[in-house]
Design a protein. Structure first.
Ligand code: B1M
Length: 209
């Protein structure tokens, strides 16, 4: 099948078309990881570029996000296939002021697929909410996502708040503007470049590597 057509459906925010072509790609035997990494994620990048050039506006971003969600739902069973033993628990959320959640959703899908129990706090999550969730769930691992340079300070505040309460809680961070150097500078325990790296890091931080 022509993967450029799928790319175009997602860039245009055509949810039914994206779903139909994702299904077709899976049925033709293409691995879910390949569809994700070589078609869907790069298409969201194109959407971002069009937004930057003022050719797309927020409504177009929302349409693309909706189409991406539909595709992820179809890929989820394939991405999480495997015979995994329970690995650990993690609390995840997008930091305060930030509404982006597709990357976080992917991280969650991959963590769950690798045996983690995940408590999802959603988006725009205040530091206190992370603290509460850690207390309630007993999780020793927190994952923070941020997509805006303007919400990086909220990430720093959240790491600081968690570490002040209990310095042994492990915090991993990720998202497009995040780097290893930033993680080091704010005292996070690790940075995951993508969802697969986040799983390896989560295992390592909980001593299950
Ligand atoms: Co927004 N947005 N957006 N947006 N948006 C970006 C991020 C932007 C880069 C677009 C651009 O200008 N090129 C830009 C940020 C610029 C900057 O800060 N440097 C931007 C902007 C400016 C904005 C608004 C301010 C626009 C406005 O209102 N004027 C506004 C802010 C709202 C807010 O949050 N307060 C806004 C709004 C939105 C929507 C709500 C409309 C929508 C999000 C819908 C949703 O998520 N449900 C949206 C979208 C869709 C995007 C782009 C186009 C796509 C993001 C995405 O889903 N990527 C984005 C452009 C881009 O990223 N190139 C853009 C796909 C996703 C799989 O990748 O999230 O990076 P990503 O996740 C990756 C890794 O980063 C990593 O793993 C994932 C898988 O590989 N990862 C982790 C992520 N979290 C991790 C956590 C980990 C580990 C790894 O451990 C815990």
């Amino acid at each position: 099948m022509n993967l450029d057509d799928l790319k175009q459906r997602l860039i245009e925010g055509d949810a039914p078309g994206t779903a139909a072509m994702t299904k077709e790609a899976l049925e033709s035997g293409l691995p879910a990881q390949k569809i994700l990494n070589e078609v869907l994620i790069p298409s969201m990048g194109v959407v971002g570029d069009l937004f930057e050039k003022n050719e797309y506006f927020v409504p177009e971003l929302l349409l693309a996000a909706r189409a991406m969600y539909g595709a992820l739902d179809l890929l989820r069973p394939k991405l999480t296939e495997g015979d995994y033993q329970p690995t650990g628990k993690a609390v995840v959320g997008t930091v305060q002021g930030d509404l982006h959640d597709i990357g976080k959703k992917l991280v969650m899908i991959m963590l769950e697929g690798n045996g983690f129990e995940v408590v999802d706090l959603g988006t725009d999550v205040a530091p206190e909410k992370f603290l509460e969730a850690v207390k309630e769930s007993g999780s020793r691992l927190v994952g923070l996502s941020a997509l805006l340079t303007t919400t990086l300070p909220a990430m720093e505040r959240t790491v600081r708040a968690l570490k002040e309460v209990d310095s042994s809680i492990k915090v991993m961070i990720g998202g497009a503007p995040v780097t290893q150097a930033f993680a080091d500078s704010i005292g996070a325990d690790g940075y995951g470049r993508d969802a697969s790296a986040a799983v390896a890091l989560a295992r390592q931080l909980l001593g299950n590597a």
